[in-house]
Design a protein around this ligand. Structure first.
Ligand code: UT7
Length: 322
């Protein structure tokens, strides 16, 4: 059995923050942000929008795309680092808001790699017959973790949500099958200080703010992402030129280009939403996937490679045929 993506949905909060808007609160400029990151704008959730609200909108679209209703859903895995509450899991809040029946629901916390981790976990449930209709969500309100006096981080992140429906379908066991073909996951806890939030339940008792040594994270990103892509591709027995679309975590346009150069992959095959969405952490891959499908580039049957790196450090990649 394969875990096949049968529906995709995305949601971005209405409010857009431009680089010029940020230049009014920290010492930065539209030119600097575009040149160093490729980011032109980001979306920001309103004060009364919780991350579960963004996720619910994305899930409704994904379910409609799959021809399913909330009543069909028996598994919800939500990748987020900005859950509504410390507990319960945001996935259970989404379950309640959507009106899904009693089933399995939990969160996955791997920061920007969260969607890649969540897809890999969901594959274990769906392909082994433990779920018939899974929602895998990447959703974040990163704006809530920003130190709005730190120009090195507050210009980089945005809010949003994306979701996919995964259903089991019989395959032949070859790379021609639809569904998840392989994944590669990695974590290195010794690199915590490069990217973390300086608060937490069992330490400060506060939510905390995001801290990052950006240029050091940058250096690890290209190497680690290239490693994950190579590992996942080898496991699926696919070559880089065979991949139709690379759907990366959207942290920085220069990282996307650096990985493309390192692996010799064609840049026109890389879906980039950095300019419009900025870094939405766990949400960025499903948002980019939905974007590439909506504009007609990504089609059913295409071979996709999803990849990400984030706090932990964590990194990973998933090969799937849509
Ligand atoms: O999603 C999780 C993974 N995260 C990432 O992958 C992020 C990876 N890192 C990056 O994307 C880049 O390192 C940044 C965009 C964060 C920074 O770009 P950089 O080219 O590595 O710049 P830098 O950190 O080396 O800083 C260069 C200069 C510094 O000034 P000095 O010390 O040279 O005088 C910074 O203070 O740019 C300054 N700077 C800014 N200037 C204007 C940093 N942020 C800003 C800003 N506006 N927003």
């Amino acid at each position: 059995m394969r875990s096949v993506v049968t529906g995709v949905g995305a949601f971005l909060p209405e409010h857009v923050v431009t680089n010029d808007d940020l230049a009014k609160i920290v010492e930065t400029s539209d030119e600097w942000i575009i040149e160093r990151t490729g980011i032109r704008q980001r979306h920001k959730a309103s004060d009364d929008q919780a991350v579960s609200d963004l996720a619910v909108e994305a899930c409704r679209k994904a379910l409609a795309d799959a021809g399913k209703t909330p009543a069909d859903v028996d598994l919800i895995i939500m990748a987020t680092t900005t859950a509504d509450l410390t507990f319960p899991a945001a996935a259970t809040i989404v379950q309640r808001k959507l009106g899904c029946p009693v089933g399995i629901a939990f969160d996955v916390q791997a920061v920007c790699s969260g969607f890649v981790y969540a897809m890999s976990v969901a594959d274990g449930f769906v392909a082994r017959g433990h779920a018939k209709c899974a929602l895998v969500i990447g959703a974040e309100t990163m704006s809530r973790l920003m130190d709005w006096t730190d120009r090195g981080t507050c210009v980089l992140f945005g809010d949003g949500a994306g979701a996919v429906v995964l259903e089991p379908q019989a395959g032949e066991g070859t790379k021609a099958d639809r569904g998840v073909l392989s994944f590669a996951l990695r974590a290195d806890g010794t690199k915590q200080d490069l990217l973390y939030v300086d608060g937490g339940v069992s330490t400060t008792g506060t939510v905390g703010k995001l801290r990052m040594l950006g240029n050091q994270v940058f250096r690890h990103a290209v190497v680690n992402i290239a490693e994950a892509i190579t590992m996942a591709a080898e496991k699926a027995d696919v070559t880089i030129p065979e991949v139709d679309w690379f759907i990366p975590h959207q942290a920085n346009q220069r990282i996307l280009e650096g990985v493309a150069r390192r692996l010799g992959l064609e840049e026109h095959k890389v879906i980039s939403t950095v300019a419009e969405h900025a870094n939405t952490s766990a949400a960025s891959i499903p948002l980019a996937l939905a974007h590439g499908i909506a504009d007609g580039r990504i089609k059913k049957g295409d071979l996709l490679l999803l990849e990400a790196m984030g706090g932990g450090l964590t990194w990973g990649a998933v090969v799937l045929r849509l």
